[in-house]
Design a protein around this ligand. Sequence first.
Ligand code: FES
Length: 121
Amino acid sequence: MYNEKIQKLFDNQKHVGEMKDADAMGQTMNSPCGDAMKIFIKVKDGKIVDAKFKTYGCIAAIVSSEALCESVIGKTLEQAKKLKGEDIIKEIGGLPQLKMHCAALCTEALQNAIKEYEEKQ
Ligand code: FES
């Protein structure tokens, strides 16, 4: 069901866990499947310098969160705001049709984290 890249990312998660000193955290939940995720970000001079995730969900949701954290580090907040589920799907080499929403879910959590960060400023 999942490609090799997804399996590798799942076996080598670098960004999983809570970030105690995060500047902001965004969360989201998908009611139909019950999966939930949190994205933590650390921001310096308008750039995301670190990102972590906690995802309670399927493999697609976990791997999408991992890929999102990896790709968002080094991006400006403005660049990160443009990140879409399709970008993550491309990044991980595709997802089955039924799992497309999993990637969109983590970008939603990221947007919520950015929103929280901006509200704090
Ligand atoms: S099945 Fe719900 S996020 Fe993947």
